[in-house]
Design a binder for this molecule. Structure first.
Ligand SMILES: [Zn+2]
Length: 194
């Protein structure tokens, strides 16, 4: 039996005891906005942005990048579920800054096992059984946060399925203070146009 599985199910059991009237929540987000942010375990969008259940959509992936799938979710969020304002929030000390597509592809070619990082970079566990399939994925790594936030806001803004009247805000979450820091160029690029 997995210890983590037991812990999750035990926590869930406690959660359902205080579930209250959340069963009555409507599906569309009550505060009509969405956040695209990184999956980093240190980020808790519900807390850093003051969300309760039913308030907003939170779309998460590695880096909080505007991948095709993130845009798919945002378009559904607007078109079918009524969000009218979006945030792109990357963060300091993101894991996506620690590698490049080339590094990731080489690690995966070496083996599928977990890699480790030290001062000289990433090292694969080895042992064979790797794959070249990683070569066909855009890993959407990050160099510096400001340009990555700007790039993603622009990508969403210019997407043919995104309406021009939805504002898109670009921010960086500081993992040392919890503060959201505006990326002015990104907010300017994401300004709503009528
Ligand atoms: Zn991250």
């Amino acid at each position: 039996m997995s210890k983590i599985r037991d812990e999750v199910l035990s926590a869930n059991s406690k959660y359902t005891k205080d579930f209250g009237d959340k069963a009555k929540l409507p599906m569309p987000p009550g505060r009509r906005f969405a956040i695209l942010t990184c999956m980093d375990a240190r980020l808790d969008p519900a807390r850093y942005a003051g969300l309760a259940e039913g308030d907003a959509h939170v779309i998460r992936n590695a880096g909080g990048r505007a991948s095709d799938d993130a845009i798919r979710s945002l378009v559904i969020s607007y078109k079918l579920l009524g969000t009218r304002e979006w945030f792109v929030i990357h963060h300091t000390d993101c894991g996506m800054q620690t590698f490049t597509d080339e590094i990731m592809c080489n690690l995966l070619r070496s083996s599928l096992k977990g890699a480790s990082i030290d001062a000289s970079g990433w090292h694969d566990a080895g042992g064979g059984g790797g794959s070249t399939e990683g070569d066909y994925i855009k890993w959407l790594t990050i160099g510096k946060q400001e340009p990555s936030v700007l790039e993603d806001v622009q990508r969403i803004r210019n997407h043919p399925l995104v309406p021009s009247d939805i504002p898109i805000h670009g921010y960086i979450y500081d993992v040392h203070s919890g503060k959201l820091v505006e990326v002015p160029e990104a907010c300017a690029a994401g300004r709503a146009k009528n």
